[in-house]
Design a protein around this ligand. Structure first.
Ligand code: ZN
Ligand code: ZN
Length: 339
């Protein structure tokens, strides 16, 4: 089969590799679409937890074409989305409802072959059958949306609290919609690109501002005492350092964007103490595929305008470079033979 391979850091190859073999408790999925994610860029740059060579891709859905002999609840022809986070189910973290911190964690497209391939073998228990109404594009958004659902469970949105999101890329734009769904009445975003600013407004942001000299004044006008929740959705250390000036006393800061593993920021502990601040992380997802599927199937979250490019696998290197440069929104790779 054809697959995208990162043979080594900073290297991309689209090549013929052996078809995956199906373990007893696994299924083989023919991938329909797989989304490019900021994490893939960190993996490519060797700033994440992966080792090489790797078939990347962790945001995908497709059709089951083969089932292992112990699999009883799935069959060939089923359309599924796949939770790339593989939890063992028996370690201390899994038994304490923290499966995303599983001590034996493996990730499809992170530590095991992923979805930028015609086929991929995955544990049957990682598959979620799709409602017929969900498109392949929506299916490839279940994983990122499940990360957003996890973030919504990590923070506590209080009635009428103004919320600030730094960065309106695909994840920031999902956050805008999710925050409105969980009751936020005022969501402001800071974003450089005009197209993303327009989209943020369409999708529910009350205010979208461009970073620059006026930024602070504009944000202070709508939230004179600061925001109840400030969310970094950029992963950029300089942006993170600037975030705290917008946080209200007793506010919650959410680190949602992925920084390089070794990044550091300067932070004044006295400010945290004196302002009653809460620092929150949100790593991946934790059994949040079902609510993400429901949000998409019910039309509560609109992902259609978030896909800026749909590309065949052979042009992966080009679209990946554009994505890494920030000149796209979500890029979907169509991995089927037809492309
Ligand atoms: Zn991702
Ligand atoms: Zn575990």
């Amino acid at each position: 089969m054809q697959a995208v391979v990162f043979p080594a850091p900073q290297t991309i190859s689209v090549e013929r590799v052996p078809d995956p073999t199906c373990g007893a408790d696994e299924v083989v999925v023919q991938v329909a679409r797989c989304g490019i994610c900021g994490t893939d860029v960190h993996i490519y740059r060797n700033e994440y937890m992966s080792s090489f060579p790797l078939i990347p891709g962790h945001e995908f859905g497709g059709v089951i074409v083969e089932v292992g002999r112990e699999v009883t609840d799935l069959k060939a022809g089923d359309r599924v989305a796949v939770d790339p986070n593989l939890y063992c189910g028996h370690c201390n973290m899994c038994r304490n409802e923290m499966a995303n911190h599983c001590l034996n964690w493996q990730g499809l497209g992170i530590t095991r072959p992923g979805g930028f391939a015609e086929y991929t073998a995955v544990p049957a228990r990682a598959c979620y059958r799709l409602p017929a109404s969900l498109s392949d594009a929506q299916a490839a958004f279940i994983e990122p949306l499940a990360c957003v659902v996890h973030a919504m469970k990590r923070i506590r949105v209080l009635p009428a609290d103004p919320i600030l999101i730094l960065g309106a890329g695909p994840m920031g734009l999902l956050l805008v919609q999710a925050l409105r769904r969980v009751g936020a009445s005022y969501v402001a975003v800071v974003e450089k690109q005009p197209a993303r600013i327009a989209l943020a407004r369409t999708l529910g942001a009350s205010l979208a501002v461009t970073p620059g000299p006026d930024q602070t004044d504009q944000l202070r006008t709508v939230a004179p005492h600061g925001f109840g929740v400030v969310i970094d959705a950029t992963g950029v250390p300089a942006v993170i350092e600037s975030a705290f000036q917008y946080l209200r006393p007793r506010g919650q800061y959410l680190q949602f964007g992925v920084t390089p593993k070794t990044a550091t920021v300067t932070l004044n502990p006295y400010d945290i103490f004196h302002n009653d601040w809460t620092m929150i992380g949100s790593f991946a997802l934790c059994y949040t595929f079902l609510p993400a599927i429901d949000w998409l199937a019910s039309g509560a979250i609109d992902v259609t305008p978030l896909v800026s490019h749909v590309a065949p696998m052979h042009s992966f290197a080009d679209v990946f470079a554009s994505f890494a440069a920030g000149s796209t929104l979500k890029v979907h790779v169509q991995t089927g033979a037809a492309s």
